[in-house]
Design a protein around this ligand. Structure first.
Ligand code: OGA
Ligand code: NI
Length: 320
């Protein structure tokens, strides 16, 4: 099994990292290289059972396709809520607007300090157990990846998770399910999600079989191919800042399908809102590299990005 696709071929592809390789040095190097050059990679042989991922998709699809409006209302994000948790529908917006056209459900995952079961679908009944099991497994994977990324910065394995994300007590894991209904007839003109970099730290994504995710690298967009054995890993803004720009926060977007509904299950790893995000090397005392980023709390970073996005949406609406 290849660890990393040949980077010298004329049409490069998104790196694939085989986590079952016994040479962990090689795995670490592949993760670091992919994060530096692409900010996105796919992992295979990640030890999360195929059946568990299938169940995760099944219970989430059940919520979006079979729940009554009242059941969706029951977990809707309350008006004026500062918390992102809950169900929101944006898929039916005016076709001309350059806005995201996707319904989503956000809910935090355990640890119990951040979880709020009010936002978890009650139906199907196994929703909770499946999501809790997936959370347990995906967290191990996320923390392994942060370990390799820390080592790639010349830091201890725990540095990014503990100093950057607040460690096991404070780091927040959130499930986000995206639901993109088919869009006709102007689908080629319409994006499901506008180009963006992720506001949170690390993204672990599995889609359904409908393609749509695209990532930007070397001045062009690449399709992320569907492969049921992979988990897609994307680097977000906080890791870009913590690594002093060494790891790329990959620009990505999604397209819509004219016939079929696309869905994706995204686990996002976030620092707590009051955590200061800054280049970590500073703390080790041996980094002679000047920090490229001012310290900023994660909460302030989120507010700035949201303000920026709103003003861009208003601008594009005015320019049409
Ligand atoms: C996101 C995102 C991509 C997808 O939720 O931030 O980029 O494939 N999703 O749905
Ligand atoms: Ni994203």
């Amino acid at each position: 099994m290849e660890v990393e696709r040949d980077q010298t071929v004329s049409s490069p592809t998104i790196p694939i990292v085989d986590l079952s390789n016994l040479d962990k040095e090689l795995v670490a190097r592949a993760v670091v290289k992919a994060s530096q050059e692409w900010g996105v990679f796919q992992v295979v042989n990640h030890e999360i059972p195929k059946e568990l991922i299938q169940s995760l998709k099944k219970v989430g699809t059940h919520f979006f396709e079979l729940s009554s409006e009242a059941e969706k209302e029951a977990v809707a994000t309350p008006a004026n809520s500062k918390d992102i948790q809950g169900y929101v529908t944006n898929s039916q917006q005016d076709i001309e607007d350059k806005v995201d056209r996707v319904d989503h459900l956000f809910h935090n995952l355990p640890p119990p300090t951040s979880v709020d079961y009010r936002y978890w679908p009650k139906n199907p009944p196994e929703y909770r157990q499946v999501n809790e099991e997936y959370a347990r497994q995906v967290k191990k994977l996320a923390e392994n990846i942060l370990g390799w990324l820390s080592e790639g910065l010349g830091l201890d394995r725990e540095a990014l998770f503990n100093q950057g994300f607040g460690g096991g007590e404070k780091a927040v894991y959130t499930m986000k399910i995206n639901y993109y209904p088919p869009c006709r007839p102007q689908a080629n003109l319409v994006l499901g999600m506008q180009p963006h970099t992720d506001i949170h730290g690390l993204t672990l994504l599995v889609p359904n079989e409908i393609p749509g995710l695209q990532v930007f690298n070397d001045n062009q967009w690449f399709d992320v191919e569907y492969n049921p054995s992979v988990i897609n890993i994307l680097i977000g803004d906080p890791i870009w800042r913590m690594s002093n720009g060494k790891y790329k926060n990959v620009l990505h977007r999604t397209t819509l399908n004219t016939e079929k509904t696309r869905m994706s299950w995204v686990v996002l790893l976030k620092p707590p809102y009051d955590m200061v995000i800054e280049p970590l090397k500073k703390h080790t005392g041996d980094g002679d590299e000047a920090p490229k980023f001012e310290p900023i709390t994660y909460g302030e970073h989120v507010e700035r990005k949201v303000r920026d996005k709103l003003s861009k949406a208003v601008m594009s609406a005015l320019l049409i």
